[in-house]
Design a protein around this ligand. Structure first.
Ligand code: MG
Length: 164
């Protein structure tokens, strides 16, 4: 058995006229994340951390933003696909940890709902998924509420002999 670590990062612009989805939760806010999908950069970073740990192609290659079938798709559906892909190759997620950097909205009160959405997909207990929100101290584009960025890290167990 081998245990592997993966790192993911994503950033999306905020714009008026978009719903804000973050960590699978719909958050009431005047702006939302722009993207071919629902723009949920937290879930995108998490997907890339998982795929990276598993040695799979990254999110852009598995779910291209040029493919009409992913237009407007909920990122939790992409996460579900990525997790099935790992499982079908005999891999198990051990834990994941996420840092989301947003000047606004304040996210602390939404973290439990994000865990409600994500833990069942990942097959993780709540204390095996870390989600931490930080501001950018008003600095740069994130500080001016023009974008939200996210870092994620994940551990994946690979059973010997199961690699595709
Ligand atoms: Mg993205």
């Amino acid at each position: 058995m081998k245990i592997k670590i993966g790192l993911g990062y994503d950033i999306h612009r905020l714009s008026r006229g978009r719903d804000l989805y973050l960590g699978g939760a719909k958050i009431s806010h005047p702006t939302g994340l722009v993207g071919h999908s629902d723009g949920d950069c937290l879930v995108h970073a998490l997907i890339d951390a998982l795929l990276g740990a598993a040695g799979e192609p990254d999110i852009g290659r598995l779910f291209p933003d040029t493919d009409p079938k992913y237009k407007g798709i909920r990122s939790t559906a992409l996460l579900t696909d990525a997790v099935s892909r790992l499982r079908s190759r005999g891999r198990r997620i051990l834990n994941a940890d996420v840092v989301v950097v947003a000047q606004g909205p304040k996210l602390a009160s939404h973290i439990e709902e994000m865990k409600d959405r994500l833990c069942p997909i990942l097959g993780l207990a709540r204390d095996d998924l870390g989600i931490k929100a930080k501001t950018n101290e008003g600095l740069g584009l994130i500080g001016r509420e023009k974008a939200i960025a996210c870092w994620a890290i994940a551990l994946v167990e690979e059973k010997a002999g199961k690699k595709a």
